[in-house]
Ligand binder design. Sequence first.
Ligand code: CO8
Length: 261
Amino acid sequence: MEELKNLIVKNKDEILIVTINRENALNALNDATLTELGQVFEKIDDDKGVKGVIITGAGDKAFVAGADIKELALVTEVNGRSMAEKGQELFGKIERLSKPVIAVVHGFALGGGCELAMACHIRIASNTAKFGQPEINLGIIPGYGGTQRMTRLVGKGKAMELLMTGDMIAASEALDLRLVNYVMDSKEASMDKAFEILNKIKEKAPVAIGLMIDSINAVHTTGENGFQTEANSFGICCGTEDFIEGTRAFIEKRKPNFIGE
Ligand code: CO8
């Protein structure tokens, strides 16, 4: 594996802790970070020294504030769909891992960050966590599976509201909506809770755990083409004037002026 520049990966008692480490950009997922995550996750299924995984973000302010908007601003209709598919493939790999994956979330989990948390098997939030899919404010839709996984987790009506308004919700509301399994008092307490759950699962039969994950995921297999629809639509959004305006406005720290083209 190449040297990791955007992740810190540590094995503690057979639990792999993967920390996204771009604190200055609120741990936003740039292309290099996605590639590194892909390299790490590719090896976990066959690694007998890993019984479970925790994904978290560095610093106090964010889990992950989304795709890196400075890179995203350069995406066009030509590569928008394939960029979305790259993330979808990685997040699908995480969701299909044969070992339990827990997202430990504090601060902002927005856009691609919320999508990453939703691809994990279990989510534990600290009370500072804020979830949302603000892509609509940039003139696009989610591209890493958010339209599919948010709908599965919170139901269609609430997903429609959250994704069309782009509103952020606090950890307590995320718990009410079953977007997260637990809300804890601090990041440390969330980490402890994740270890408590993973240490319990660690004692179970590994083959059965892998098949359990497969079987629970199978509930949704008929909806797989929803991901294709999302990637296609994401690509179309990337060809609009409003997408250029939305990302430019974020970078210039002003409100976007959308024109519907
Ligand atoms: N990308 C790049 N940089 C970011 C991002 C991001 N998503 N979020 C924050 N940053 C940077 C800021 O630009 C700032 O950098 P600098 O100090 O150099 O100006 C630094 O992090 C700190 O951020 P703020 O100063 O904005 O901190 P605030 O506390 O004022 O605000 C917020 C925090 C509310 C989280 C704010 O930063 C924000 O709104 N961030 C963007 C959130 C967002 O829109 N996320 C969705 C992105 S789109 C997406 O995820 C699509 C996924 C699918 C992609 C498919 C294919 C490419």
